[in-house]
Design a protein around this ligand. Structure first.
Ligand SMILES: [Zn+2]
Length: 509
């Protein structure tokens, strides 16, 4: 995720004196890194993020030992059907999201999109494995009419409990069982609220089209999900739209068939993906295809409006940088983790960009800026392939992606980010609180944490740490303690203490 600087500015009330402070930090950072990127609401960061927790939780969400502060989660004995509240997976930042007791293996989503290009009828086929015995099975689903739910081919009753769609099997599902679930549903998705971004999930304009941006908890507005990054799964999409309309999603395009004035676009995602990284864009798009030097297929989709406005040569010039960017970042991070890459450019400004897996999504406002491209591409390693266990570790996504920007700048003759001294005006990036997840401190002080580490251990060890982190947790999940352990192993205990202090102490070393 990368909010545009002025979008970050809009958050919260800032006093005039704080604003002066922000301006001086801003010009310092601007002068240092030579881009409009690393700016923002440092004053609000300091005001809203005061704790600086020094420990991360050891519990793995979704495991049967999850300790949550919320109610009798995961218990298979209680009459939870009477409970009207959503259960969560055990993430304090978003207590309602995710669900206990199972791991999703795959989502296959078939969407039949109305002529308005916003509403749809859908069938979600979900393959999962139970991790404990379950007398009910919960999925996150916000809104929509649910027509029918089945478990292993048998229709089962369902009801709502807050964000949860609760399915009740005839008999309790045993632990470690492979279970096939279907949900027939549909309607017009209602954007989920977000202070930073305004609306999350499936966002549509009748007659124009729709697109999906869900970080952190928006996926449930368009499909029934175990909506937490700790439960990644493969995805397949079959999206039927009126003939002449394009539908692009993550992964590889596997089909395009037209029948009776309706076109079905098929996409498949080979590698596990967090629910918030699933995307679809529907409307008038032009595809741009290519190949990176190592043979990686590239496929981007740019809204026709943007193509008309900018002209194809300008778009080719921006997209033409992706192969070199892939090469540069692969040299530092290790092999690119996925089957394909590309970008989606929607026909309106979004105020941010998002690292939707294998195909990052941009608005018409940010797509042409190489540094933003580098940020979202770096996320493919850090955030998408190596995913969070809990949202409090968001710096593992944003600090690393910010380092990706600086490495790209460095490789193309620019400066590698602001000086370490810029960190002293920024709040600690670890555990910023749910309202400050996308604040500048997480990005810039997160990046500076890595920059300080690089300075401490030198390039060889630093890039060993970066690439080992990507390799050890490829297509999996990890937390800050895991990272500190790796830093200790490769860089020694002084390096580990330095990183800890940068992450948690009010004043960085
Ligand atoms: Zn980001």
């Amino acid at each position: 995720m990368l909010p545009r600087p002025e979008v970050r500015w809009r958050r919260g009330a800032v006093s005039p004196t704080a604003a002066v402070g922000m301006l001086s930090v801003m010009s310092l950072v601007l002068a240092a890194c030579g881009s409009g990127l690393a700016t923002g609401d440092t004053a609000t960061d300091a005001a809203t993020s005061t704790t600086g927790t020094t420990t991360t939780t050891g519990a793995t969400p979704g495991s049967s030992t999850t300790t949550s502060t919320s109610a009798p989660e995961g218990s298979s004995t209680s009459g939870q059907s009477q409970n009207d509240e959503a259960l969560g997976i055990g993430d304090d930042y978003f207590p309602d999201t995710g669900n206990p007791g199972y791991d999703v293996i795959s989502y296959d989503l078939t969407l039949d999109v109305d002529d308005d290009l916003v509403s749809f009828e859908a069938v979600a086929k979900i393959a999962l494995t139970t991790t404990e015995s379950l007398d009910e099975l919960r999925l996150d689903l916000d809104g929509h009419e649910v027509a029918k739910t089945t478990i292993d081919g048998t229709e089962v009753p369902n009801h709502r409990a807050g964000l949860d769609l609760v399915l009740t099997p005839k008999q309790p599902l045993p632990a470690k069982a492979s279970v096939a679930v279907t949900v027939d549903y549909g309607g017009t998705p209602e954007p989920r609220g977000s202070e930073v971004l305004g609306g999350l999930g499936w966002l549509g304009t009748p007659g124009e089209g729709s697109y999906v941006v869900s970080e952190p908890d928006g996926a449930s507005n368009w499909f029934p999900a175990n909506d937490h990054p700790s439960d990644k799964a493969t995805f397949g999409f079959e999206i039927t739209v009126p003939e002449g309309v394009e539908a692009v999603a993550n992964g590889t395009r596997t089909g395009e068939t037209t029948k009776s004035g309706r076109t079905t676009w098929s996409w498949s995602v080979r590698d596990p993906m967090a629910t918030y990284l699933a995307t679809v864009a529907i409307g008038q798009y032009t595809f741009f295809e290519g190949t990176a030097p190592d043979g990686l297929p590239l496929l981007s989709a740019v809204a026709d409006e943007v193509v008309k406005q900018e002209g194809k040569p300008a778009i080719d010039a921006v997209l033409g940088q992706l192969p070199q960017m892939l090469t540069v970042l692969s040299q530092r991070f290790g092999p690119y983790p996925f089957e394909t890459y590309g970008i989606i450019v929607v026909g309106k400004p979004l105020g941010f960009a998002l690292e939707t897996q294998t195909r990052s999504i941009f608005g018409s406002d940010m797509w042409a800026e190489p540094i933003y491209q580098a940020h979202e591409l770096a996320h493919q390693w850090y955030g998408d392939s190596v995913s969070l266990e809990l949202w409090e570790d968001i710096w593992l996504n944003e600090g690393f992606a910010t380092m990706g920007e600086w490495l790209w700048a460095e490789a193309t003759g620019g400066s590698g980010g602001p000086p370490l001294s810029a960190g002293s005006s920024l709040a600690p990036p670890l555990d910023p609180g749910p309202d400050a997840m996308f604040d500048t401190s997480v990005y810039v002080r997160g990046g500076l944490t890595l920059k300080a580490l690089r300075q401490e251990v030198g390039d060889t060890k630093f890039f060993t740490i970066m690439s080992t982190w990507a390799a050890d947790h490829r297509l999996a999940n990890a937390n800050t303690d895991d990272f500190l352990q790796l830093v200790d192993e490769v860089g020694g205990s002084d390096a580990e203490s330095l990183v800890s202090a940068w992450l948690s102490e009010p004043e960085p070393p």
